[in-house]
Design a protein around this ligand. Structure first.
Ligand SMILES: [Fe+2]
Ligand SMILES: [Fe+2]
Length: 201
């Protein structure tokens, strides 16, 4: 009977999975960058592409530190996330909404990577693979920073622009006389007190 696999075996297996995931992301990130309208978002994807190429190299160093051959194994998880991102890019959204959706797609990938690297850092430490752990931690920090950058772009304007693009087109198509039944007319909506009051309600 074959010997039971060890945590070390599982670790190497996960490294191969992640190596393939990073390679898939080096092909997907240029597409996200190309689809982005906001220049800061495009730049964020492009600079994370550069970092992602570094993640591939760093994983090669990790394999080397463990005297393991560099090998990838198809990562179904990231392939699914990338596929969903591709589907979104085929939708007919306004530019701001598309940017918001691209951020959502990018953050799904970052969170997948953060989960994977977080586990591998902890496993490497538990097994005393300190050099591997330090290398993996460096990448984990970059994934977290990329995720935070995307959050700051979303919360710093992209989401609101997308929300406003939608409400503007709704207001245009709506008969003004009907508006008071549902909400105050645009003039009184401009008053901070009224806005605050509704938000608190
Ligand atoms: Fe990465
Ligand atoms: Fe990443």
């Amino acid at each position: 009977m074959a010997e039971a696999g060890t945590l070390h075996d599982a670790f190497i297996d996960e490294l191969r999975d992640l190596y393939d995931a990073e390679k898939q992301l080096t092909k997907a990130l240029p597409k996200l960058a190309k689809a982005a309208t906001k220049p800061e978002l495009r730049t964020a994807f492009e600079s994370h592409l550069e970092e992602t190429r570094g993640h591939v190299d760093r994983l090669e160093e990790v394999f080397g530190s463990l005297d393991e051959k560099v090998r990838g194994k198809h990562c179904d998880g990231i392939a699914g996330i990338i596929d969903e991102g591709k589907n979104v890019m085929e939708e007919d959204f306004d530019e701001a909404t598309m940017d918001a959706c691209l951020i959502a797609a990018g953050q799904r990938a970052e969170h997948y990577e953060m989960a994977a690297y977080g586990t591998l850092v902890a496993w490497a430490r538990a097994m005393g693979h300190d050099e591997a752990a330090d290398l993996l931690q460096q990448t984990l920090d970059e994934e977290k920073a990329a995720d935070e950058k995307l959050s700051s772009l979303a919360e710093g304007g992209v989401n609101q622009e997308a929300a406003d693009a939608h409400s503007d087109s709704e207001n245009e198509s709506e008969d003004e006389e009907e508006m008071p039944k549902k909400m105050p007319p645009p003039k009184s909506r401009g008053r901070a007190a009224a806005r605050g009051g509704r938000r608190m309600a």
